[in-house]
Write a protein that binds this ligand. Structure first.
Ligand SMILES: *[C@@H]1O[C@H](CO)[C@@H](O)[C@H](O)[C@H]1NC(C)=O
Ligand SMILES: *[C@@H]1O[C@H](CO)[C@@H](O)[C@H](O)[C@H]1NC(C)=O
Ligand SMILES: *[C@@H]1O[C@H](CO)[C@@H](O)[C@H](O)[C@H]1NC(C)=O
Ligand SMILES: *[C@@H]1O[C@H](CO)[C@@H](O)[C@H](O)[C@H]1NC(C)=O
Ligand SMILES: [Zn+2]
Length: 485
């Protein structure tokens, strides 16, 4: 009889074991982070944007997002990549500078100054690569630099004089990312940058027809991104996040307003300044000569009703733009619409950014679509420091210390607890449990019949069988705990 029990057990246990085993670990979905430089949150309001509208129906749209201060390109993009405020990641300006030699490097050349970018914060590419994932970046600010000896492995840096507006180029770049990088090279994460509608906003102003035309080009490109993903069979495996670094506002010119011209402020002289960064939109920084800080500060403070002047340590804490050695002792910023001129007005942009990140015109847009995102959901605003922990979560990697939180975006995800495939795995887990329970029940019936028959013959075999069935109860208990995670 004992032999019969053993044979029965052997027959039953494989069917028991298989359905009760843990459902397969979910495959990791890929993430594409796209930035359209200077795409203000409301740019879709005065233009037909069928592709952005479809994307919103298929995914998540935030009313707007709040960028870090200073609201300019390199610093704000590095916040997207690190989840840190600018004072914590150290890329404090588009311009690299040396206050001793007076040397300045403009946006493009600053890309190649490794020490400028590699200031103690790792962008998500490096964090992902360190944790065994494959990352790529195309034209995204920070792509060219080496971080702690590592660079984003698959990368494309634009040539020196690149036409950031050419739609054909955009499509070629998208083909590269979808076809070569995600499909063939099987990358897990890619960041992709487009230099518009920033340029159109600067050159013609955010309320211009040219800007609206460029938003149409962006919209066509969003459609192209999604159709190309589909063509390569990526739709169900790729989460796409589309956002920007900052917004744009119209510059108010002479005749409309009293312009800010520092050289005309009584008591202020550039002779008291060792190094300065002005004539760069609405923000400026200064290093006064030895012993001149208070004199310069007193001259500038209150000199113009739309000019804000702070000693570094007094900067409003909410801006998180103070606590870094690269930030100069005196910080200037203007109200929306105003730019800070040095000797005389040399800036001719019709649109600008760099203003207080509380100004609505500085807020970028945010859209997301993919297997891990809910559909047709509009969420409230959040800070862009939170994009980094969201991407880390989607990729299943451990984030580096940062200023964001997954709590800000968790409600966008298919399930609040884990991500995308949760519903699927829950369903299969439920059926697994059902099959498991049925098998256990069947097994118990067999045991019961056997117990009865054994009991009739020999009482002393009972204890063995009792042990066996309680063992299976334990198994079932463990299985249930595993599947209901
Ligand atoms: C600036 O230049 C000086 C003199 O060449 C040099 O000693 C210093 O390290 C430089 N600082 C930075 C931030 O590059
Ligand atoms: C960051 O940059 C500052 C100023 O250039 C420098 O003093 C500091 O050592 C750098 N920190 C790291 C971790 O690279
Ligand atoms: C745009 O880029 C394509 C592909 O590089 C090129 O053939 C075309 O001449 C460019 N168009 C303009 C207007 O520069
Ligand atoms: C931002 O994060 C960095 C790194 O964890 C931390 O050192 C810094 O104190 C944080 N800043 C704020 C305002 O919490
Ligand atoms: Zn920008």
């Amino acid at each position: 009889m004992l032999l019969t029990v053993c044979v029965l057990l052997l027959l039953v246990s494989p069917t028991l074991g298989a359905p009760l085993s843990r459902p397969q670990a979910k495959p990791r979905n890929k993430v594409l982070l796209v930035s359209f430089d200077g795409f203000r949150w409301d740019y879709d309001r005065d233009v037909d944007t069928p592709n952005l509208d479809t994307m919103a129906q298929d995914g998540v749209k935030a009313t707007y997002v709040t960028p870090p201060y200073l609201t300019i390109t390199s610093p704000a993009h590095f916040t997207l990549l690190t989840g840190r405020y600018i004072e914590s990641h150290g890329v404090i300006h588009n311009i690299w500078f040396n206050t001793t030699t007076q040397e300045k490097k403009q946006y493009y050349m600053t890309q190649f100054v490794d020490e400028y970018w590699d200031n103690g914060s790792l962008p998500i590419w490096i964090t992902a690569q360190r944790q065994g994932l494959k990352a790529g970046s195309l034209h995204f600010p920070g792509t060219a630099a080496t971080y702690k000896g590592q660079r984003v492995e698959v990368n494309q840096v634009e040539p020196r004089f690149y036409d950031y507006s050419n739609e054909t180029e955009w499509q070629i770049n998208i083909d590269t990312v979808m076809g070569s990088w995600f499909s063939q090279k099987d990358l897990d994460f890619v960041s992709l940058y487009f230099g518009e509608p920033d340029q159109a906003g600067h050159t013609y102003g955010p309320d211009s027809e040219e800007r609206r035309e460029m938003v149409k080009q962006v919209d066509r490109t969003v459609g192209y991104i999604r159709s190309t993903a589909k063509k390569h069979g990526l739709t169900d495996r790729l989460n796409i996040i589309i956002t920007a670094d900052h917004g744009m506002t119209t510059v108010l010119r002479k005749g409309l307003v009293k312009e800010i011209i520092l050289s005309q402020i009584p008591g202020f002289s550039f002779r008291d300044i060792k190094f300065h960064l002005v004539d760069y939109g609405p923000s400026g920084m200064m290093l006064p000569k030895e012993g001149m800080l208070d004199k310069v500060y007193k001259a500038l403070k209150g000199a113009h009703p739309n000019l804000h002047v702070y000693k570094k340590e007094d900067m409003p804490g909410r801006l998180h733009y103070s606590n870094h050695p690269r930030i100069l002792p005196l910080i200037l910023y203007a109200d929306p619409g105003y730019v800070i001129n040095g000797l005389f007005p040399v800036q001719n942009s019709k649109g600008e950014h760099g203003f207080d990140n509380q100004a609505m015109d500085m807020k970028p847009f945010f859209r997301a679509v993919g297997p891990d995102f809910r559909k047709n959901l509009v969420v409230g605003p959040f800070e862009t420091v939170n994009v980094y922990p969201l991407m880390c979560h989607l990729l299943g990697i451990t984030p580096d210390p940062n200023n964001g939180s997954l709590d800000a975006t968790r409600n966008m995800l298919v399930s609040h607890k884990d991500t995308g495939t949760h519903e699927v795995s829950k369903r299969s887990a439920q059926s697994n449990v059902f099959i498991g329970l049925a098998a256990v029940a069947g097994f118990l019936v067999v045991i019961f019949i056997m117990v009865i028959s054994i009991y009739k013959r020999r009482k002393d075999n009972q204890s063995n069988i009792g042990q066996l069935s309680s063992e299976n109860k334990d198994k079932e208990e463990v299985a249930r705990k595993q599947t209901s995670l």
